[in-house]
Design a protein around this ligand. Structure first.
Ligand code: FEO
Length: 179
């Protein structure tokens, strides 16, 4: 059964929200790198790619359900923040906002008795728990390191180790990557 227009429109709005998330984190990558914190820049670049994958997973789903992804203009994100912890407080707030949006999509899928979409959305429900937890953890650590420059540089080095999980890649393609 093809996806209903109301559900498709809501998912298209979510594709836009995920692309905005990608744009926001890419903007933060630029800012952190300009602040000479390349590790945080790397973390944000990974986050940017992960958000693009979130958008693409929705994009693929619409195609599979006989719908169509319709792309809209992406709003310009902020380009600077007053402090490092203020930047991460913005990440936490944004992820909480995205979680609310995902919950509303689940509510809509239930209302429309669209169980295929509801089942698909549960991946995002779980993902948001992780997104909120990770950003909160980093925020708490940054607050603790506020006046500790050496600690901040050590943390930056730690952040440079993040690589995008290979397991996340198939979510772009919705098929395993073959060598
Ligand atoms: Fe796609 Fe960070 O939520």
């Amino acid at each position: 059964m093809a996806i209903k227009k109301e559900m498709q429109d809501a998912i298209n709005d979510q594709i836009n929200a995920e692309m905005f998330s990608a744009y926001l984190y890419l903007s933060m990558a630029s800012w952190f790198e300009d602040e000479d914190l390349p590790g945080f820049g790397n973390w944000m670049r990974c986050q940017y790619m992960e958000e693009t994958m979130h958008a693409m997973k929705f994009f693929n789903f619409l195609n599979e359900r006989g719908g169509r992804a319709v792309l809209k203009a992406i709003e310009g994100p902020d380009t600077s923040w007053k402090s490092y912890d203020e930047a991460f407080a913005a990440v936490v707030k944004h992820e909480e906002y995205i979680s609310e949006r995902i919950n509303k999509l689940v509510t809509l899928a239930r209302k429309l008795e669209d169980y295929a979409t509801e089942s698909f959305l549960l991946w995002y429900v779980d993902e948001q728990v992780e997104e909120e937890d990770t950003s909160n953890t980093i925020l708490v650590k940054l607050k603790r390191l506020k006046d500790d420059q050496n600690g901040l540089l050590r943390y930056d080095e730690e952040m440079s180790a993040r690589v995008l999980s290979a397991l996340a890649v198939p979510t772009i393609l919705d098929q395993p990557v073959v060598a």
